[in-house]
Ligand binder design. Sequence first.
Ligand code: GN1
Ligand code: MG
Length: 355
Amino acid sequence: MTSEKIEHIFDQFQHKGKFSSFKELASGHINDTYLVITKKKPFYVLQRINHSVFKDVPGLIENKVAVSHHIQEKLKDRSKKKQKRSVLTFVKTKEGTSFYQDQAQNYWNLMVFIDKSVTHELVKSKKIAYEGGKLLGEFLTLTNDFEPSKLIEVIPKFHDMSFRYMQFKDALKIASEERLANAKMYIDTVAQLKEEMHILQNLKESGEIKIRVTHNDTKISNALFNKKYKGLCLIDTDTVMPGIVHYDFGDAIRTICNTAAEDEINLNLVTFSVKYYKAYRKGFLKKMKKSLTPLEKQYLPLSAKTMIFIMALRFLTDYLNNDMYYKTKYPEHNLDRSKNQFKLIECFSNKIKNL
Ligand code: GN1
Ligand code: MG
């Protein structure tokens, strides 16, 4: 991406910023994200939404803008400065729309960068885990009165286990001999865990677990902190849509409690941290006390296993499909991600009695 192109797109939006330079923020697996550095702060975050993954980009942007507005309303009592550090602010285009579509039909949206904020790819202290838990608890509490059916399903059946399992079965049919052989051991693990991994979905479908507004991509790198490790705001709200609390709690634990990155290839480094689980849960429950039902609470540990499993399954499926979905840096990248997640499940299962 050239500087001229980024500047041109940036200039389609309503702001007073003068473009100075840009930097790619490369941690996402789907979209392209750039930090726009201006001559005078604020800086901005410009994002190209991947429209082959997200079929209804205008709907996706409407979702996330509506949820941001809802949270902004709820935080009205906070000072303007504090409010702006607690929730994403989307910038409209000069035409008044929430996204800009370029000549190649790419969709772009712009957010204000929250100054002096940092992300963590790995948790290195209990404080980060605890603050992360508070952030998710607050997000779910603030959106508890937002009617979930007003949001579109940006990716239908995103965390639906039967759907992900079906995609995996389809991938097995078309995978190369070589990839099938490399994945063999994990294909067997999927078969062993399949039933247990459907428990939450069954409770959702029977109506025993309620549908809420959920974030659906709560990995720790999607939380902003200040330099003193205080939690500020959840970001990457592309996948905000109706879901169950377990999607968000479980997916967060998947990265909070992994002592290594999700694609670490030295599996000896991948273990499950009970200490961080407890800290995250404590922060989460502090903010969720009023809105969590006993049944929702009971299934929090299983949600962790389920969400680690669903990611392991999706990475494995993409490997079998010759890496059609996730960005990969080398041919075995998806398999390595999958192995990493299966190792985490094994560690989790050994420690579940302590949770
Ligand atoms: C993808 O693109 P990114 O990094 O925000 C994926 C999530 C996975 C995550 C794994 C739309 O998120 O579901 O948890 O990778 N998002 C989509 O790191 O598939
Ligand atoms: Mg995401």
